[in-house]
Every structure is written in C-alpha cells, then in structure tokens.
Write a protein that binds this ligand. Structure first.
Ligand code: CA
Length: 217
C-alpha cells in the first residue's frame, strides 16, 4: 500500500509519515497543494491524506482538480469544529475527513476502511483456502495459527489478496509497495514474494511469467 501525505506543517508531516511507515505503508510526502496534486496525478496511490489549509493551492482545490481524472480515495484533515470545511471537502470529492488534532490510531483505521471500500471489499476478513487475513487487525492466520509476517510482506499479501483472481503486474506492485525514495531497490520484490511463499506455501502466490503475480480466488 502506497500513500501520499500532503501537509505543510513539517513536524506533523514527519509524525504522520513516520507512523504510517511503521505500519508498513510506503509513504510519499508533499508540502504544498500544487506538489500534492502533481504527485497524486502522477502515481496511483492507494489513498491520499490531504490537509485543507495548504500553501499555493488549498486542499479543496486539490481534491476538486484530482477528481477530474482520478478516483484515488482522499482523507481530508480539517480544522476542529469547522463543519463548513467538512461539507466543502466532501462536496469537492473527498471520501472522508478527520478533524485536527486527531489520534493516529483513528487515522490508521479510517485509511484502512477507505482502502478497503475502494477495493470493493466491505468486510475486514478475507479468506483464501486455509488462510484468513484480517485487514483491520492486520493479522494472518493459517489453519487457525498466527503467521508472522513483516510489515512489507503483509502489504504484499494484502495487495494481492484484495485483488484475488486477478493478475497484478510487477510494476503495480512496485508502485504500491515502495515509496519514491526506495524504487531503486529493484530486486526486493522477489525477496518479499519468496518470504511470503515460505510462510504460506509455495502455491499460494502464482507467478505469471513475465507478467506478474496472482493469488487465485
Ligand atoms: Ca496546514
């Protein structure tokens, strides 16, 4: 899962980006509305966290312009108590909002819900053969026993599982698992796939040679 965080307060941007990386997301950042819009148009993010009050172009304008070409889920950070901000944001095309100051755990939960909804999955639980993935708790069980995955291995598994039955190209996986500063580490994808297979069984992820990977539905 790859996210974009657009926030002009450096401390808050750093706090949010660091916390999301610790949760296993690849995170890109932007410090004004114009840069945020540029990145959101360039890359297919799983979700965008977008502050309302931004230099150059405010968050409302960003989401409005983004909606001309993309459906990327957008969570807006609004000022507490400004009900008009929430209405304006939702009308402009935002999918959800979170008033500042907020609890990071609430931000995580709302992002998980947004990403799940955009993938067309209303449930927190994905079951594939004997593997059960709880996307709210971010846990994986096989035959009832907990499987230990690293944050990146989990992200890979979740991305494929949410698109089960469909081929996911290597390019798409790179775009969603690694952020703008890590894309040169090109051989890591195979290592993560190999590690997930060691833990869940080699057949669990199918390789479509030259094209990508798939978890059969
Ligand atoms: Ca701001």
């Amino acid at each position: 899962m790859r996210l974009l965080v657009v926030e002009d307060e450096p401390d808050l941007l750093h706090t949010i980006a660091t916390a999301l990386r610790e949760e296993g997301y690849a995170v890109d950042t932007a410090e004004d509305g114009e840069e945020g819009l540029f990145k959101a148009r360039e890359c297919d993010y799983d979700a965008v966290v977008l502050d309302v009050m931004l230099p150059v172009m405010n968050g409302f304008e960003v989401v409005k312009k983004l909606r001309e070409s993309k459906k990327t889920p957008v969570l807006m950070l609004t000022a507490r108590g400004r009900i008009n901000d929430r209405i304006t944001g939702l009308d402009a095309g935002a999918d959800d909002y979170l008033p500042k100051p907020f609890d990071l755990n609430e931000l995580f939960a709302r992002l998980r819900a947004l990403i799940r909804r955009s993938a067309g999955d209303a449930s927190n639980i994905i079951q594939i053969k004997d593997v059960v993935i709880d996307v709210a708790a971010r846990t994986v069980k096989q035959k009832g026993g907990l499987v230990e995955l690293t944050a990146r291995e989990y992200s890979l598994l979740e991305h494929l599982a949410l698109r089960r039955g469909k081929l996911v190209t290597r390019t798409e996986l790179y775009d969603h698992l690694f952020d703008e500063n890590e894309t040169s580490l090109s051989n890591l994808l195979d290592v993560h796939v190999s590690n997930v297979r060691k833990k869940l069984g080699h057949e669990f992820i199918t390789t479509r040679r030259g094209h990508g990977y798939c978890i059969e539905a």
